[in-house]
Design a protein around this ligand. Structure first.
Ligand code: FES
Length: 119
C-alpha cells in the first residue's frame, strides 16, 4: 500500500546500546551517519580508536549482539584484514568505526571488546 506521503519523514530519534567492560549497558543517543565508534567515544565510554576511524588500528573492536549481526552492513575486505590484528576476535566481531548509524540499526547492541580500552 502506498500512502503517497513518504517524502517528509521526520528525523527519527536513534540510539545504540553499548555494554562496557564491567558489563553495564548504556543507551546512547545517536545521529544518523555517525560512526558507532564516534557515538561511543562522544558519550565518554572508554574506547581507544587510535586511528580516529580510518580502519587502520583495530582498537575500536566490538562484539555485535547476535540479533544485529545480519542487520548491519557487511564488513569490507579492509575491515576483515584489520580485524585480524585485534585480540580475541569472534564471529560477531566488528570495527565500530566501520558501522554507520542508520534507522535500520536503531537499537543496535554492541559490547566493547578487550584491547579497545585506552592506555
Ligand atoms: Fe582505528 Fe576503528 S578507530 S580501526
Amino acid at each position: 500500500m502506498s500512502s503517497g506521503n513518504a517524502a517528509a519523514a521526520p528525523q527519527e530519534d536513534l540510539m545504540i546500546r553499548v555494554i562496557d567492560r564491567e558489563g553495564v549497558e548504556h543507551t546512547l543517543a545517536a545521529i544518523e551517519g555517525w560512526r558507532v565508534m564516534e557515538v561511543i567515544r562522544d558519550w565518554g565510554l572508554d574506547i581507544k580508536a587510535e586511528c580516529g576511524g580510518a580502519c587502520a588500528c583495530a582498537t575500536c573492536h566490538v562484539y555485535v549482539d547476535e540479533e544485529w549481526v545480519e542487520a548491519i552492513q557487511p564488513a569490507t575486505d579492509e575491515e576483515i584484514d584489520k580485524l585480524d590484528e585485534a585480540p580475541m576476535v569472534e564471529r560477531n566481531s566488528r570495527l565500530s568505526c566501520q558501522i554507520l548509524v542508520s534507522p535500520e540499526i536503531n537499537g543496535l547492541r554492541v559490547k566493547l571488546a578487550p584491547g579497545s580500552e585506552s592506555d
